[in-house]
Design a protein around this ligand. Structure first.
Ligand SMILES: Nc1ncnc2c1ncn2[C@@H]1O[C@H](COP(=O)(O)OP(=O)(O)OP(=O)(O)O)[C@@H](O)[C@H]1O
Length: 294
């Protein structure tokens, strides 16, 4: 559905995005993850056709980013949406539906459905008097007035309270379950773990890891085994009346068992610790892009 080929963006000599390539399948939720300044927004804006790449290509359903046909099929939710503060949500959304030539009856139907699903309260208020979470919901409803197949969200949950965040994350999941393709950026990795099928990790303009969460874990994360014994073995520390040794392979678990048995002891518990995306990210962010992608 989306093909990104060697995208690069330079601002007066500063390279914000370098040689970025990835593809997103139809119906997939795809995450772009990385710290502040990694190049996530720049990438999404090039995908949405809002800024021109310095070089490289992005296509959505075979149409080059930025072309009218592609915009008709795209919903874009920026991190900070400048909304018309004096309008009510309904009149604002109707205004956007008109821009997309959506017939009035259909527009009203879509707007009411989107605002109902997003559970927007006080929708008769002027947008300027709404809370940040309510404004974000209006911005999301705006991205849906043209009933697009592809939705791009820049930091959909940034700056929102946990309840509204959960609501919006669940809503994004529903949009994908309806068959829409969703690309979103995040620096809060918790949302990524719970939401996306595949992702790229960016740092300083470059992609440093890619794949499903499991693939990234397998490639970059190390499963830890916490082996508890009732006697002290080499490398163990005492913890609540027993001994804990942390190892990284089943062979080492076996060796710990043998060491315990040699002292007439036994393994009393084994716990597995899978690294979180956050832990993996911190590890690979310290490597060079070539090392991390290898
Ligand atoms: N219009 C611009 N002119 C000059 N530099 C820019 C411009 N837009 C972005 N940059 C720079 O490009 C780099 C990437 O910015 P970008 O906004 O894409 O990062 P990001 O990953 O989205 O970060 P954040 O999470 O903070 O939004 C940053 O160093 C930023 O300062």
């Amino acid at each position: 559905m989306i093909e990104v080929d060697s995208l690069r963006k330079e601002y007066s000599g500063f390279v914000a995005v370098e040689d970025s390539s990835f593809s997103v399948e139809a119906g997939e939720v795809f995450g772009i993850v990385g710290p502040n300044g990694a190049g996530k927004t720049t990438t999404l804006k090039m995908l949405a056709g809002l800024i021109e790449p310095t070089s490289g290509d992005a296509t959505v359903a075979g149409v080059r980013a930025g072309e009218t046909e592609m915009r008709q099929n795209l919903g874009w939710v920026p991190e900070e949406s400048p909304l018309y503060e004096d309008m009510t949500a309904h009149s604002y959304l109707r205004f956007f539906a008109d821009l997309y030539d959506v017939p009035r009856d259909l527009a009203d139907e879509r707007i009411t459905e989107a605002l109902d699903r997003l559970d927007l309260e006080h929708r008769e208020r002027a947008i300027g008097d709404m809370s940040k979470g309510m404004k974000r919901k209006v911005a999301i409803a705006r991205a849906l007035v043209n009933d697009p197949d592809v939705l791009i969200f820049d930091e959909p949950a940034s700056g929102l309270d946990p309840l509204t965040t959960n609501y919006i994350i669940e809503f994004v999941r529903e949009l994908s379950e309806e068959g829409r393709t969703v690309v979103f950026s995040a620096h809060n990795l918790f949302h990524v773990e719970s939401l996306c099928d595949r992702l790229v990790v960016m740092n300083r303009g470059e992609i440093i890891a890619r794949g499903s969460l499991d693939e990234i874990r397998e490639r970059h994360g190390t499963t830890e085994y916490r082996v508890y014994t009732d006697v002290e073995v080499a490398g163990s520390v005492q913890e609540n009346g027993r001994y804990r040794r942390v190892v990284e392979s089943m062979d080492a678990v076996e060796r710990t068992r043998e060491s315990a048995q040699a002292k007439d002891g036994a393994v009393v518990d084994i716990q597995t610790h899978e690294p979180s995306l956050e832990e993996i990210f911190l590890e690979i962010a310290g490597e060079s892009p070539q090392e991390a992608e290898a």
